[in-house]
Design a protein around this ligand. Structure first.
Ligand code: AMP
Ligand code: MG
Length: 408
């Protein structure tokens, strides 16, 4: 049986970056850019006023002193262009963002002005120097200048810049499409009242949310019964995605049909068990599609118990999604944190145990929760992550360092 570390290596060695494609600005949020972006025009496209006020020739005011009155010429609103150059000893009323009239080199804020009819005087709080409250054409960017590079992450600000330059269909590494199939005769949708022997489907919602939070684009397949024909049809549909997550039906039970059907559908199993608790019967397979050295999809069969699904997702699926999106190929980040109390671990596999992360007089410590095992999702709602304990029975002392895998 593989260790967690060996299993992560095996998974990541099959995860290659998705082919770049064009996306809308809305779709591109969080994606990595796959091309250079350049400015299509100067910005600002003209010398512009940065405040509401009066465009003036600074030299007029320098020569004329404080009490000089200028005559008010035209009014220039944003979106309009000045009809003529500024005359001598003239001021143009101008609004923020409007083009400066030729000859003007400064704007005095309206708050610093006193207008009487068509005359205006100023009580400026800052010296009226050339360039005051004016932005020059091309000061932000010049036509053809490279603004963003391949590999830059498209956050809100960068998407705003793409909009500025009209780059509305950037070439990006897309979000991986994640199909989610829940299996089990006993599983009913969350909005139904379970009959005798039935339970609601918690995994689909759980994995959909985890996928969304990890940059994937999830879609839910119908609940598959433990019956080969329907199960095969649903899994076959799921194989069209970049990643297929299946929950349930992968262990050694009588109706655990998933491994056999995946094999029939051409998925090559890479491993089917890991030294891990919870989540030992975790299956990872690849294929059947192979395009240009890329094998697709990547298939994860997660055990049906919800907490096994959470741990399996954090350890294996999330790093896979990051690799497909062109980010670094690295295992889930863990840190070493002292235990806040004694803890007695019993078990023959490395264990991920839900815990809280507490601040005790400035020091972060882990408090393992009283947990009933992999079906007990409720306890995990109070957890900040999972403390990791090695295989083998052992009594840990408060203050000992243990691994910590954070929840999303
Ligand atoms: P399995 O891996 O199919 O043997 O399922 C293991 C346990 O997880 C069983 O108790 C199932 O009822 C439960 N289980 C399976 N699928 C789900 C699901 N989608 N939501 C909640 N529990 C599930
Ligand atoms: Mg089952």
């Amino acid at each position: 049986m593989l260790s967690v570390e060996e299993a992560i290596d095996a998974v990541l060695s099959h995860a290659s970056v998705l082919p770049a494609r064009r996306a809308s600005l809305r779709e591109a949020l969080g994606c990595l850019l796959a091309e250079e972006v350049t400015a299509d025009r100067d910005s600002p496209p003209f010398d512009k006023a940065l405040v509401d006020g009066y465009a003036v020739r600074s030299a007029d005011l320098e020569a004329g002193g404080e009490d000089l009155a200028l005559s008010v010429g035209e009014e220039i609103l944003a979106g309009k262009t000045p009809s003529r150059p500024l005359g001598d000893l003239e001021a143009a009323a101008i609004m923020t963002g409007a083009p400066m009239p030729e000859g003007a080199d400064a704007v005095i804020m309206i708050e610093d002005s006193d207008r009487q009819g068509d005359r205006v005087t100023f009580q400026p709080r800052r010296p009226i120097v050339p360039g005051l409250n004016r932005m020059l054409k091309g000061q932000e960017m010049r036509t053809g200048e490279v603004l963003l590079q391949p590999g830059d992450e498209l956050n809100a600000v960068r998407l705003g810049l793409l909009a500025t330059v009209g780059w509305t269909e950037p070439l990006v590494i897309p979000r991986p499409k994640v199909a989610i199939a829940s299996t089990g005769d006993e599983i009913v949708p969350p909005d139904q009242v379970p009959g005798p022997g039935q339970i609601r489907n918690s995994n689909a919602t759980l994995l959909e949310s985890l996928s969304n939070a990890s940059g994937g684009e999830p879609s839910l397949l119908p609940i598959a019964p433990d019956e080969p024909t329907s199960l095969r049809a649903i899994l076959e549909e799921g194989l069209k995605s970049d990643v297929l997550l299946i929950t349930g039906g992968v262990s050694a039970g009588k109706r655990d049909l998933v491994p056999g059907i995946l094999e029939e559908l051409g998925v090559r199993a890479i491993f089917h068990k890991i030294r891990l608790k919870p989540g030992k019967p975790l299956l990872f397979g690849v294929g059947p599609k192979q395009v240009g050295g890329r094998i697709s999809p990547l298939v994860f069969g997660l055990p049906g118990n919800p907490v096994s699904g959470v741990v399996g997702f954090l350890l294996f699926v999330r790093p896979t999604l990051e690799a497909l999106m062109g980010r670094s190929k690295t295992p889930a980040p863990t840190s070493l944190i002292p235990l806040g109390q004694d803890f007695s671990h019993r078990g023959d596999r490395p264990t991920y145990h839900p815990c809280r992360l507490l601040d005790r007089e400035g020091e972060r410590v882990l408090e393992p929760l009283n947990w009933s095992g992999s079906p007990d999702l409720r306890t995990v709602t109070r957890a900040d992550g999972f403390a990791t304990f090695e295989a083998g029975d052992r009594d840990y002392q408060a203050g000992e360092l243990v691994g910590f895998l954070p929840l999303l």
